[in-house]
Design a protein around this ligand. Structure first.
Ligand code: HEC
Ligand code: HEC
Ligand code: HEC
Ligand code: HEC
Ligand code: HEC
Ligand code: HEC
Ligand code: HEC
Ligand code: HEC
Ligand code: HEC
Length: 416
């Protein structure tokens, strides 16, 4: 009897345990928030399927609190169960920071993810405005969206490099929205047509900067005048180093003008050309240097050197191309020509040292190479001429021989 009772107890507890393991997880995973809001066809729930939080197992209640185990709307969304509802824009940074500023919590999901976004945000112009009660300044959800957030590497994310300009321009290109501030709303338009905008948005060159590459992601601030050069240096290392050692480094600091941006602009960055250097319009140098100054003389020298090499390069190129078309073997010359072209490209970098002597020295050695190619080109042209004359003489002799033959044959036939 005792053993029978024992058996019953063991069996029932086994059945109960089995049932519990089957039922409990279902109940544990059931998310009344998602279920009910899906039923309501609420946009928040509909878009949440692809949200990085949903994919990583952060539920509605993870952000909004409440009791996801209760089907009862009142109980599920009761503040006594931790429900906080929808935060207003001024509350959102702390709302996200609950998790994103907690290294211990975030490490469980992704140890490599930074947890400094909120701290950095408070140092930004946006963050300071938000703290002062200005709801118009960008906060986390302005740039990331709300229920359809994706990691920055996802091409559909609002903060994917190619989408950033559009995301920022939602406010910054909207004159009505920005009306109460004293800043322009042309950044997006200027950027869109710039070398950088065209490279990123049209040529898909992810190495070209989007707004956040210059302004930072969370510490989104205008780089102050002293750091503007630094922004460009990140990518244009060679020009940056040359500039830092140039007389302009100190000269520009004293004038209080931005390093690269004075000549190139910052949003509407365009490639400058040989026309923009020297002592004739539209040279930029004329904006600060006038006749008699060392800078003026230097501008003139540098321009002349570049033009000299450019002209020699173009002449040599024409000759070599011509020879190649006429079937002369010029692959060595074509190779040398590429070196000259590279020197010309380097020269356009080297101008950023704003040192006429270094430009002269570099041009000298490049001119030597250019001259060699040029002379080889001339020789090939001579060769073509010699070949032509040879061919002409050959043709004439052949013609004469044919004529003589003809006469002989005619004479022979006329005897008969
Ligand atoms: C049985 C249905 C139901 C359940 C369960 C439910 N909700 Fe709701 N929820 C609603 C309805 C309906 C509204 C809109 C009406 C209202 O504001 O009361 C709403 C509104 C909200 C809002 C917007 C509130 C605001 O401040 O504007 C949030 C956020 C929200 N629910 C989150 C949750 C979360 C999180 C859970 C789970 C813990 C949850 N809901 C569970 C039906 C439900
Ligand atoms: C990553 C945090 C996060 C998660 C997860 C989240 N929400 Fe929200 N939710 C927010 C924020 C932030 C707002 C306020 C955004 C705003 O209005 O700009 C908000 C607003 C809302 C609102 C108010 C109306 C609206 O769309 O702005 C509803 C309703 C809502 N959430 C429901 C849900 C439901 C249902 C889920 C789960 C399917 C959910 N949320 C998951 C952060 C979250
Ligand atoms: C309940 C905790 C929690 C809250 C609140 C929260 N998040 Fe998250 N968030 C996470 C977790 C966990 C991940 C996943 C990390 C991972 O796997 O990379 C994540 C991922 C992200 C990612 C993608 C990061 C990446 O590179 O993978 C972004 C962007 C993000 N959250 C933004 C926000 C914003 C904006 C808010 C506020 C509206 C917010 N989160 C609120 C927990 C939270
Ligand atoms: C002005 C726009 C902007 C605001 C405001 C903003 N972010 Fe971001 N956030 C970005 C951009 C851009 C990236 C992408 C960086 C990249 O390309 O790697 C990013 C990346 C992230 C990531 C991925 C990890 C990382 O640090 O790169 C998280 C998490 C994140 N943001 C959370 C937040 C939180 C939380 C807030 C609010 C305190 C916030 N963001 C406010 C623009 C913004
Ligand atoms: C929700 C709207 C909104 C979004 C989105 C937004 N901003 Fe802003 N931003 C503002 C407002 C408002 C100001 C305040 C302007 C002022 O005070 O003059 C501001 C200020 C700035 C400033 C400082 C300008 C100054 O006054 O010196 C910079 C830089 C800036 N934003 C860059 C960005 C970048 C980069 C992005 C995208 C990654 C972005 N913003 C996205 C609204 C936004
Ligand atoms: C190549 C770097 C670079 C890129 C890309 C860039 N900016 Fe800027 N931005 C700057 C610099 C440098 C300044 C500071 C100009 C100054 O202080 O005189 C600035 C200033 C600003 C300002 C302050 C107001 C103004 O116009 O001077 C805002 C707002 C701004 N940028 C927004 C943006 C937005 C939005 C984008 C993307 C569409 C963007 N920036 C892309 C470098 C950049
Ligand atoms: C994130 C990297 C990055 C930053 C930061 C950056 N650039 Fe660029 N820049 C590029 C790339 C990539 C190109 C090549 C675009 C192309 O021609 O396809 C480029 C092209 C240029 C060109 C045209 C060069 C030519 O003749 O072809 C100029 C001029 C230029 N950048 C100036 C600047 C200035 C000035 C700044 C700072 C205000 C700056 N860049 C910041 C990456 C960057
Ligand atoms: C005093 C005006 C001036 C300043 C300052 C200046 N540049 Fe230039 N930059 C030019 C001119 C002029 C050219 C075109 C030269 C040519 O084609 O002959 C040029 C060409 C370029 C080019 C294309 C040629 C190359 O180098 O590959 C890049 C990139 C560039 N500059 C970047 C920068 C960066 C980065 C800075 C800041 C460190 C800077 N520039 C500062 C005038 C300037
Ligand atoms: C924003 C004003 C500004 C522009 C534009 C400018 N410079 Fe200068 N430059 C200066 C200042 C300031 C100095 C330092 C004081 C001085 O020597 O005149 C200087 C000095 C120089 C020097 C050194 C002169 C010496 O004393 O040995 C050279 C070389 C030079 N600049 C060349 C150029 C060239 C070439 C251009 C055009 C591509 C140019 N600068 C454009 C402001 C400018």
């Amino acid at each position: 009897m005792k053993s029978f009772l024992k058996k019953v107890i063991v069996r029932t507890s086994f059945i109960v345990m089995a049932a519990a393991t089957l039922i409990l997880p279902v109940r544990g995973f059931a998310d009344s928030c998602l279920d009910c809001h899906l039923e309501l066809e609420d946009e928040a729930a509909l878009s949440f399927k692809v949200d990085v939080h949903n994919i990583d197992g952060v539920s509605c209640a993870g952000c909004h609190g409440g009791d996801p185990a209760s089907d009862d709307q009142e109980i599920a969304m009761d503040s006594r169960n931790g429900f906080v509802g929808a935060p207003n824009p001024l509350e959102i940074p702390q709302f996200c920071g609950k998790c994103h500023s907690d290294p211990a919590y975030m490490r469980q999901y992704n140890p490599s993810l930074a947890t400094d976004q909120v701290d950095k945000y408070w140092t930004s112009h946006h963050g300071k405005l938000n703290r002062s009660g200005d709801e118009k300044a960008a906060q986390c959800s302005s740039c990331h969206g709300v229920h359809e957030m994706r990691p920055p590497s996802d091409p559909r994310s609002m903060v994917y490099s190619k989408n950033v300009p559009q995301t920022c321009s939602e406010c910054h290109a909207d004159a009505d929205y920005m009306a109460k501030y004293q800043i322009s709303v042309s950044q997006f338009q200027d950027y869109q047509g710039s070398v950088h905008g065209v490279a990123l948005l049209e040529k898909n060159d992810l190495g070209a900067p989007a707004c956040n590459d210059c302004h930072g992601n969370h510490a989104a601030m205008p780089p102050g005048i002293s750091s503007i050069g630094r922004v460009c240096f990140q990518c244009h290392l060679a020009e940056g180093e040359l500039f830092s050692q140039s007389p302009h480094k100190v000269g520009f600091d004293e004038l209080g003008v931005p390093e690269c941006a004075f000549c190139h602009g910052h949003h509407a960055v365009h490639a400058l050309t040989d026309e923009n250097i020297g002592v004739e319009q539209p040279s930029i140098c004329l904006q600060c240097h006038s006749e008699g100054e060392a800078g003026y003389e230097a501008a003139s020298t540098m321009k002349n050197e570049i033009i000299k090499l450019k002209k020699k390069y173009e002449d040599a190129e024409t000759l070599i191309a011509d020879a190649a078309r006429k079937g002369i073997e010029v692959s060595d010359e074509q190779f040398e020509l590429r070196n000259v072209r590279q020197s010309l490209i380097n020269l356009r970098k080297l101008i950023h040292a704003f040192n006429p002597d270094s430009v002269v020295t570099t041009t000298e050695s490049a001119m030597e190479a250019a001259n060699e190619v040029y002379l080889a080109g001339v020789q090939s042209t001579e060769e073509v001429k010699t070949r032509r004359t040879g061919f002409l003489i050959f043709s004439v002799i052949t013609l004469i021989l044919v004529a003589i033959l003809y006469v002989i044959v005619r004479k022979k036939t006329s005897y008969h």
